[in-house]
Design a protein around this ligand. Structure first.
Ligand code: ATP
Length: 308
């Protein structure tokens, strides 16, 4: 009997998200510094008669259970390349907030890829897996590799980064998600409205912050806190003004840095150490400004097949 294969995949926080101007193809160039954090989805692949998706977890009802699910698309892409019948049941145990700016769908795609590769014995190379990931979405390659990395282009051209220590985070999960394309559109709209213009001709090329890369390398949370930035934050706040209250609550509770995670609406708070993270988490939970609070540290490993 063929045994099911389970892959564990982390969420991410963007410690820097610098967004360039709108390109003629509708995308934006990014300088995107990803940090994988220890909040995980698990994807289990089991042989079945046909491709089937099931999802468990408190946000499961918000996740498509058909071929629109990024995990299904990943399995289909791998099967097509290797001439394999994609007859697999993918079960997603979802712990990463859905549409929360933490790359949950991307994580499931990366998890499905490595789980199906192991189940089918396709033996895909790392390069091939990364190629499929980049076809599936800008954040999917990072979900595969994990750790910390600088993403250029749309975020899919990855350069691994060194980190000197674990960083401790608190995440405030909001009620309901935000659509990533809608947040980019709002970012363009705000840039137009401010008079700077929103195209590549108007906005300087996005560059990683040397101070931020150095803070990651030395593992200094205070220096990292001073350097974190997210160009999508004004747009996320414009679409969801209540996030300002969440950010304030975390700052009041002693977080070193408070920022919207990626396109939001999850808010991320950097703490000095694990103990401080627990204190910030307790204060945020009591503040009534978010649906749920989670703590996690990063860097965390990328998509990993669990053995045993
Ligand atoms: P990112 O941080 O990469 O911008 P996100 O964390 O904001 O993404 P996701 O959780 O990936 O957002 O979900 C975005 C949308 O993708 C959801 O609204 C959902 O309809 C769709 N989706 C497709 N597959 C999945 C999946 N496996 N898990 C979650 N959402 C999925």
């Amino acid at each position: 009997m063929i045994r099911p294969v389970t892959a564990r995949v982390p969420a991410k926080v963007n410690v820097q998200l610098a967004v360039g101007g709108l390109r003629p193809d509708g995308f934006h160039d990014l300088a995107n510094v990803f940090l994988a954090v220890g909040l995980y989805d698990e994807v289990t692949a089991t042989p079945a008669d046909t491709l089937r998706i099931t999802v468990a977890g408190s946000d499961a009802h918000q996740v498509p259970q058909d071929h629109d699910n990024l995990a299904a698309r990943a399995a289909l892409a791998l099967a097509a390349r290797h001439g394999v019948d994609p007859a697999v049941h993918l079960h997603i145990a979802k712990d990463i907030p859905v549409a929360g700016g933490m790359a949950g769908g991307s994580a499931d795609a990366a998890g499905a890829l490595v789980a199906c590769d192991a189940l089918w014995g396709t033996g895909a190379t790392r390069e091939e897996l990364l190629e499929i990931c980049a076809e599936l979405g800008s954040d999917v390659p990072f979900s595969l590799v994990g750790g910390a990395a600088l993403g250029r282009g749309r975020g899919e051209l990855l350069e691994p980064l060194e980190t000197g220590a674990a960083f401790h985070w608190v995440f405030a999960v909001a009620d309901g998600g935000l659509s990533t394309p809608a947040v980019y559109r709002e970012c363009d709209r705000l840039r137009e409205a401010s008079g700077t213009g929103a195209t590549v001709a108007d906005i300087p090329d996005p560059e990683p912050s040397p101070a931020l890369l150095e803070a990651l390398r030395t593992g200094d949370p205070a220096a990292l806190a001073a350097a974190v930035t997210n160009d999508l934050q004004p747009a996320a706040l414009s679409l969801r003004p209540t996030l300002a209250g969440t950010l304030c609550a975390g700052a009041d509770a002693g977080a070193l840095a408070s920022l919207v995670s990626g396109s939001g609406p999850t808010c991320a708070f950097l703490a000095k150490d694990a103990e401080a993270a627990q204190a910030v988490a307790a204060a945020l939970a009591a503040s009534g400004t978010c649906r749920a609070v989670r703590t996690a540290s990063g860097p965390a490993p990328g998509a990993t097949v669990l053995t045993g």
